[in-house]
Design a protein around this ligand. Structure first.
Ligand code: ATP
Ligand code: MG
Length: 603
């Protein structure tokens, strides 16, 4: 690429609408242009980066035996109706859905489980054909609530999505493990620092989901991990041991007047007890997909908080009890929301685990009983303090079974906190970091195949739903995440493997014939050697060229300047700013060696 003939425009000023460094830099350095909310033009430099990421992703996928294909982005509603996702995806507004000229409903694919399951349903008949793994790399469309941070959360973005089909869970696990390894290789090759973390797999449950997080302070996800490297999880999913409870100072059951103690802080002060001796009872309201509202009362140790994702998953498991499939909303109700179902004023601040169902007004849309859930932190307490359902009164020295029935739903819904002890080794404590989710691998099981009738005949001749896995990489998000992890005050510092070019030749003075002659010679020679090189032959001051070279982050800058008199050029490494003079004849092979060393070729 000769800059004098290229559409190459860099900006001196900070773009006003960009918040995080990588977004600002990609705009300033002329990699992307915003076209609309969450929509970006990938300009030539960006497209080269994306192409390199795609190549690395493709190579690692192909190495596992996965087969590349390309599925339609325009998808018929029927498939989504068969899987049962059409209504929710439309209602949540994540899917761009519309009608075509024949009045048929269609959508732009936010993901491709339905399409690939339809293909598998038609083509896979027997266990002899299994396992199979198909993947594609192309644009996805999602009408995100908050498109932001440039390519990090776009409304049109590039994803690698793969789907595997198996006869059984063991075969799925093998492919899942292969994908874990392939993802680690891809991200390592892209030059990223990352962590694979246990992820929430929603109502589908199971242990089978991991996210790949690029560590960066601008990340939208919180990751919890232990220093021994043996545990890492998204905070949504993280499990831990809460600090030990302090032995209760109360030894006998008693109702106490506790004036003006409608918060845990006030109660702790008044009773002079430890917060770990108190069971707090939190009221939430869940709405299931059949429109039923269920009031949920969660008893948890008062120093701990409820993890809404874990709670939603537990409520999802209980959906059949309410004739429903999934939870569509979960919230702590405010006064207005409570007024809609409460038969009488609630003893807020003094609620006990045995709050009477009489508080619920009879209504066809509201389940008449509280769903009582106890978190493990509260279930294990003895002689605890809790509410009486009467203002200004608490009980102390209470015990489950003796004073309150222990709720039958006894689960872990506590939020893991920094400093908690790890379950795998209580001497390890949880630490936290911010991460950008660039990949997600998932053991789906038979959710889609069962819903869509994608079956095969097993060795015993029985017809069974295909067992599925799915594996995504956000290609465009990954490319920007690399910038977020690697820049300085002057601009981007691309890892060599995904830099748009390896080298840039800056000619300080294009009217100097010798400078131009050497630059042209090197430009041809380097490109022939496979050192992808830009020639900055613009009629600009040297300072402008150096600034732009730093801004766009090309790993090696070659300057045909003063040292030419000794038959040398100056070579500057972008990451370290180290500079050295190298004989013109040695530049090509030297830079080629550096590139190979950076990319681990031959190691
Ligand atoms: P997020 O929680 O960030 O919204 P997701 O769980 O919706 O991600 P998946 O459906 O698993 O994401 O998609 C696979 C990958 O695609 C993600 O790991 C991420 O890297 C990328 N991705 C998802 N949504 C976007 C988006 N709006 N813009 C860019 N990349 C995205
Ligand atoms: Mg999303």
């Amino acid at each position: 690429m000769r800059l004098s003939k290229s559409l190459f425009v860099t900006l001196r000023e900070e773009p006003a609408d960009a918040e995080i460094p990588s977004h600002k830099l990609l705009l300033r350095a002329g990699y992307i242009r915003r076209i609309g909310s969450g929509l970006y033009a990938y300009l030539p430099l960006m497209w080269r980066v994306l192409t390199k990421v795609r190549q690395i992703v493709k190579a690692e996928m192909d190495a596992t035996g996965a087969q590349e294909c390309l599925l339609p982005q325009l998808q018929p509603a029927e498939l989504w109706q068969q899987s049962g996702r059409w209504d929710t995806y439309k209602a949540e507004g994540i899917m761009f859905a519309f009608t075509d000229r024949k009045n048929r409903e269609v959508a732009l694919g936010p993901t491709h489980e339905e399409v690939i399951t339809a293909v598998a349903r038609d083509l896979i008949k027997s266990h002899h054909q299994l396992p199979q793994h198909l993947y594609q790399i192309q644009s996805k469309f999602r009408d995100e609530i908050r498109p932001r941070f440039g390519l990090m959360r776009g409304r049109e973005f590039i994803m690698k999505d793969g789907y595997s089909f198996h006869a059984d869970a063991e075969s799925l696990k093998e492919t899942y493990d292969d994908m874990h390894d392939a993802y680690c290789k891809m991200l390592t090759r892209c030059g990223l620092k990352f962590r694979a973390v246990d992820a929430d797999s929603g109502a589908i449950g199971g242990s089978g989901s991991q996210e790949f997080m690029v560590l960066a302070s601008a990340g939208e996800d919180d990751v919890m991990f232990t220093a021994d490297g043996k545990y890492a999880a998204n905070v949504e999913k993280a499990v831990s041991l809460a600090p030990e409870a302090v032995a209760s100072i109360f030894t006998s059951y008693e109702v106490k007047d506790t004036p003006n103690t409608n918060s845990i802080n006030k109660l702790v002060k008044f009773l002079e007890c430890d917060p770990t001796a108190i069971v707090k009872n939190i009221l939430q309201q869940a709405v299931y997909d059949n429109g039923k509202t269920v009031l949920v009362l969660i008893s948890i140790r008062s120093d701990r908080e409820v993890n809404q994702v874990k709670l939603t998953n537990e409520l999802g498991k209980l959906a059949p009890n309410y004739g429903a499939k999934t939870v569509i909303a979960l919230e702590v109700p405010d006064g207005v929301a409570i007024a809609k179902w409460a038969a009488k004023p609630l003893p807020l601040g003094y609620i006990g685990p045995d709050l009477s169902d009489e508080y619920i007004q009879a209504s066809p849309n509201t389940h008449p009983h509280f769903l009582r859930i106890v978190d493990a932190t509260a279930a294990s307490l003895t002689n605890f303090v809790t509410g009486t359902n009467e203002a200004e009164k608490h009980v102390v020295g209470a015990n489950w079974d003796t004073n309150f029935p222990l709720p039958s739903v006894n689960v872990d819904v506590q939020k893991a906190l920094v400093g908690d002890r790890a379950i795998h080794d209580p001497t390890q404590v949880l630490e936290t970091a911010r991460g950008i989710e660039v990949g997600h691998i998932f053991q789906l099981g038979t959710k889609y195949s069962a819903a869509m009738g994608a079956t095969f005949t097993n060795e015993q001749g029985e017809e069974q739903p295909l067992v599925m896995g799915c594996y995504g990489v956000g290609v465009s998000r990954l490319a920007q995440a690399a910038v977020e992890q690697s820049y300085d005050k002057d601009g981007i510092i691309w890892p060599v493997a995904i830099a748009p070019y390896h080298a840039i030749i800056c000619v300080p003075n294009i009217s100097d014939a010798q400078q131009m002659e050497v630059a042209e010679r090197l430009y041809t020679e380097l490109n022939q050697l496979g050192v992808e090189t830009i020639l900055d032959d613009r009629d600009e001051r040297a300072g402008v060229k150096f600034k732009d070279a730093d801004l766009i982050g090309i790993p090696f800058r070659i300057v045909t300047g003063r040292s030419l008199k000794d038959g040398k050029v100056e070579v500057v490494q972008r990451a370290t700013k180290q500079s050295q003079d190298i004989a013109v004849g040695d530049v090509g092979k030297t830079i080629k060696q550096w590139i190979e060393a950076e990319m681990g070729v031959g190691s």
